[in-house]
Design a protein around this ligand. Structure first.
Ligand SMILES: Cc1cc2nc3c(=O)[nH]c(=O)nc-3n(C[C@H](O)[C@H](O)[C@H](O)COP(=O)(O)O)c2cc1C
Length: 251
C-alpha cells in the first residue's frame, strides 16, 4: 500500500503535534508493510480555487492556475492508495491551508453527480485514494472534532476509512504525563497498522487514542499556569507545549 500524508500544520516538525501523531500513525503503517511519504503543505504554493469550473468545462480536468497544486500535489494525491489528511484543529475545523488544498482537488471530481444513499456530492473522476484523517486539538475531549468529522464524512463518505483525532494535544509533550502519552501514541501506531492490515481501526484502539491524560481540572490548571507564565514573561517561544512544570502533585 502506498500512503501519502499531507500535513497542513504551519508549525515546525519538532513543535507540531499534528506531526507527532501523524508520524506515529505512519510508523505503524510501515510496520504493516506500507510505503509512506509525508508532504508538508506549508512548503508549497497553493492558490485559492477561483470557482470558474474551467476544470469541469472544457479544460480537460485541468485547473487553469499554475502553482504547486497543479504542478505536483494533485499528482501525489492520485498516486496514493491511501491519502492521510493531517490538520491541526483551528476554530473547530481543518485549518485554512488544508481547506484550500481540498478545494483545489475539484479537477479530480466528476461533475456528473451520483446519488449514493443519502450522499449527494461529486464522486472522484478516476481511481481515487482512500482517505484517513489525522487531527489534533488543544482543548480536552473528543467533541471538539465534531464539525471536522462531519465535514470529512460528507466529503468522502465510505472512502473515509479512519479518523484519528487526539485532543489535549499540547499536553503530549508534558513530562509528568508521559506514561499516558506513551499509551496514546502506541495506540496511534496500532491504528496505522490496523488500517493497512484490516482497512479500519478497532474500537479498542480508538478508545486508547482518545483516553484522558489527566482529570479535566488538572489539564485546565496546567494550561492556565502555562499561559499565565508565558504572558507574565511576555515571551513568545514559538515552541508551545504545556510543559507540566510544578504539577507533579497531580499525577
Ligand atoms: C488559529 C488557531 C485556532 C485554534 N482553534 C482551536 C479549536 O477550535 N479547538 C482547539 O481545541 N484547539 C484549537 N487550536 C489549538 C491547536 O489545535 C493546537 O495547538 C494544535 O496542537 C496545533 O497543531 P500543530 O501543533 O500541529 O500546529 C487553535 C490554534 C490556532 C493557532
Amino acid at each position: 500500500m502506498n500512503i501519502v500524508a499531507f500535513n497542513s500544520s504551519p508549525r515546525e516538525n519538532k513543535t507540531s503535534k499534528t506531526e507527532l501523531v501523524l508520524q506515529k500513525f505512519l510508523a505503524g503503517a510501515r510496520q504493516a508493510g506500507a510505503a509512506t511519504e509525508t508532504i508538508y503543505l506549508r512548503q508549497y504554493r497553493i492558490k485559492h480555487c477561483l470557482g470558474c469550473f474551467s476544470c469541469w468545462l472544457g479544460n480537460k480536468g485541468q485547473c487553469v492556475q499554475q502553482d504547486d497544486m497543479t504542478g505536483e500535489l494533485l499528482g501525489h494525491l492520485m498516486e496514493a492508495d491511501l491519502a492521510v489528511l493531517a490538520t491541526p484543529l483551528y476554530h473547530f475545523n481543518m485549518n485554512a491551508r488544508m481547506k484550500s488544498f481540498i478545494e483545489r482537488t475539484l479537477p479530480l471530481m466528476n461533475p456528473i453527480t451520483a446519488h449514493s444513499g443519502r450522499r449527494l456530492s461529486p464522486p472522484w473522476a478516476a481511481k481515487a485514494p482512500k482517505i484517513a484523517a489525522v487531527s489534533v486539538c488543544a482543548f480536552p475531549e473528543d467533541y471538539n472534532f465534531q464539525a471536522l468529522s462531519m465535514n470529512l464524512r460528507m466529503l468522502y463518505g465510505t472512502d473515509l476509512v479512519a479518523e484519528i483525532y487526539r485532543h489535549s494535544s499540547e499536553f503530549l509533550t508534558a513530562l509528568p504525563l508521559q506514561l499516558r502519552v506513551e499509551e496514546v501514541l502506541d495506540a496511534v501506531a496500532r491504528a496505522g497498522y490496523e488500517v493497512v492490515r484490516q482497512g479500519q481501526v478497532s474500537p479498542e484502539t480508538m478508545n486508547a487514542i482518545s483516553q484522558n491524560l489527566a482529570p479535566l481540572e488538572t489539564l485546565i490548571d496546567m494550561a492556565n499556569r502555562f499561559w499565565g507564565k508565558e504572558m507574565e514573561e511576555e515571551e513568545v517561544t514559538g515552541a508551545v507545549g504545556v510543559d507540566g512544570e510544578g504539577v507533579d502533585k497531580y499525577v
